[in-house]
Design a protein around this ligand. Structure first.
Ligand code: HEM
Ligand SMILES: [Cu+2]
Length: 551
């Protein structure tokens, strides 16, 4: 990809050119190329997904039968806590950042992320953070066991594993903030000429809004855990009632972070699905601008609903009503999105390759999770359901069927671009159907368990909950096994798959990443794509009307 303008737009010292051709470990340690860093993020996230997944299976193994079979209750609580923290901060969030790194410059026509060296730091903070979390298993007192929400007084009294977790969260927060600065700057400053904000691919929009959310709330979490740290070691009493503090204050601060956090895991998924459905429906995304507004409305509303996690701590009825109605209001922009996805498919020439299957699976199952969320938002119902398995069912429909399925969709969608090879379609579909079936076998019964009153975060339970628990455990082990097929599919593709992929393997994809060869060369868009190319894609996305002037 050499063009005469390189010398003028791209100031290289000769030494830097050498750095770009580094191989072996140095290539990854000193990586500044957005594609290499994206790859690092994605593999890290996958390793964490397996780690957190093994913990989930340890939990489910214990819950196969009533009574204690495998773990002491203390260790069971460490398992649930670490599983939650690792999945949220180690698997889902880094995977989305990895995708943003890989795809944003390609989709926007930029040569790289705005701050390539900071990008390297954003990634390399993650492995030490993960190490701190895992080391906590081996210190006196063990890993944190107060749940991923780290509520005091449990978290205030825990052993030094909690301190390791707090430092780990500090590192993860730093990484997220740097990653977000990079994403925002890249999107705002490095788009190809002709691509105005309201003509960007939707994945860029959701990445932008997500990055703003992260910059707003990562410091809030950092503050909460720092206050916890000073309570534990430096004699403050923020959350200690005996010293005039209030444990409920922690909940307010935590959930002011925590609720936007769930959208940090959901919005990028919306963006991915909004790329994939138009491609395989061979139709432009229905209601592009309303999708952008819905994304922004969801982000803004997400700051005003944290109290729905605290209905049961005791709050005035007026506050309950406030949080209840605002929570329900989020169903409106979310409904707009679901409507638009369906309208995009409506009368489209659909085909059902693996990415499309995962995307449609996402829409169906995320809607189930959305409805159970709506149920929980009703304050008088939530006082019954709080801390039962209904909640566990709800958020796994949103996080596994939502975030994780959209990630699978994204991997299959862009794998040809990343590796230069096509994956095996039959095995991709097998991975989808296997995951779809066993996911539901695992988590659907949890609704019934919750409605029947089974509490979450317990290693043992009353006899009447046995059948549904055994079923859920069988489902979880089968689901877990199926993910080995995913790993196999990816490795098989990297090693040649079923053959070389063309630049544009999908008939209906119009965004800029399909204009570069497969695999995407190490350097792309060293000079921006020409305006005709940008416009061609935009017209196909129907966000550009011919005759409009370039702004
Ligand atoms: C797909 C396989 C998975 C299985 C079988 C699974 C299973 C479980 C189980 C059994 C619990 C404990 C519930 C309790 O006792 O309270 C749990 C908690 C949790 N899971 Fe998962 N999970 C899976 C994936 C995920 C993913 C992908 C996420 C993504 C964010 C996630 C996030 C959480 C969170 C936040 C908790 C709460 C932890 C806590 O209570 O502190 N899980 N999961
Ligand atoms: Cu919430």
């Amino acid at each position: 990809m050499h063009s005469p303008s390189i010398a003028s737009t791209h100031l290289h010292t000769p030494g830097e050119h050498h750095a770009e051709h580094q191989t072996g470990w140095a290539r990854w340690l000193y990586a500044t190329n957005h594609k290499d860093i994206g790859t690092l993020y994605l593999w890290f996230a996958f390793a964490m997904f397996i780690t957190g997944g093994v913990m989930a299976l340890c939990i489910r193994a214990e819950l196969f039968q009533p009574g204690l079979q495998f773990w002491q209750p203390e260790f069971f609580n460490q398992l649930t806590t670490l599983h939650g923290i690792i999945m949220v901060f180690g698997a889902i969030m880094p995977a989305f950042t990895g995708l943003a790194n890989w795809m944003l410059p390609l989709m926007l026509g930029a040569p790289d992320m705005a701050f390539a060296r900071m990008n390297n730091w954003s990634f390399w903070l993650l492995p030490p953070a993960a190490a701190l979390l895992l080391i906590s298993l081996f210190v006196p007192g063990g890993a944190p066991a107060g749940g991923w929400t780290l509520y005091p007084p449990l978290s205030a009294q825990a052993g030094m594993g909690m301190d390791l977790a707090i430092f780990s969260i500090h590192l993860l927060g730093l990484s997220s903030i740097m990653g977000s600065i990079n994403i925002i700057t890249t999107i705002l400053n490095m788009r190809a000429p002709g691509m105005t904000l309201l003509r960007m691919p939707l994945f860029a929009w959701t990445s932008l809004v997500t990055a703003y959310l992260l910059i707003a709330v990562a410091p809030v979490l950092a503050g909460a855990v720092t206050m916890l740290l000073t309570d534990r070691h430096f004699g403050t009493h923020f959350f200690n009632a005996a010293g005039g503090g209030d444990p409920v204050l922690f909940q307010h601060i935590f959930w002011f972070f925590g609720h936007p956090e769930v959208y940090i895991m959901a919005l990028p998924a919306f963006g991915i699905v909004s790329q994939i459905i138009p491609t395989f429906a061979r139709k432009p995304l229905f209601g592009y601008v309303s999708m952008v507004y819905a994304t922004c409305s969801i982000a803004i509303l997400s700051f005003m609903v944290w109290g729905h996690h605290m209905f049961a701590v005791g709050m005035p009825a007026t506050a309950q009503l406030f949080f209840m109605f605002l929570t329900m209001l989020i169903a409106v922009p979310t409904g707009v999105k679901v409507f638009n996805w369906i309208a995009t498919m409506w009368q489209g020439s659909m085909t059902f390759e693996t990415p499309m299957l995962f995307a449609i699976g996402f829409v169906c199952l995320f809607t189930v999770g959305g409805f159970s969320g709506l149920v929980l938002s009703i304050a008088p119902i939530d006082t019954q359901m709080q801390d039962t398995y209904y909640v566990v069912a709800h958020f796994h429909y949103v996080l596994v069927a939502g975030a994780l399925f959209s990630l699978f969709a994204a991997v299959y969608y862009w794998l040809p671009k990343w590796t230069g090879y096509m994956y095996h379609e039959g095995r991709g579909k097998l991975h989808f159907w296997w995951s779809m079936i066993w996911f539901n076998v695992t988590f659907f019964p949890m609704h019934f368990l919750g409605l029947a009153g089974m509490p979450r975060r317990i290693p043992d339970y009353a006899l009447q909950f046995t059948q549904f628990n055994s079923l859920a455990t069988v489902g979880a082990f089968c689901f877990g096994l199926g993910q080995l097929l995913f790993l196999f599919n990816v490795l098989h593709t990297i090693r040649g798959g079923v053959g070389p992929a063309p630049a544009q393997p999908w008939e209906g994809g119009n965004t800029l990443e399909w204009e570069v060869p497969s695999p995407a060369p190490h350097h792309t868009w060293e000079s921006p794509p020409d305006i005709a190319m940008v416009r061609r894609g935009l017209i196909a996305q129907a966000v550009y009307h011919e005759g409009e002037d370039e702004a």
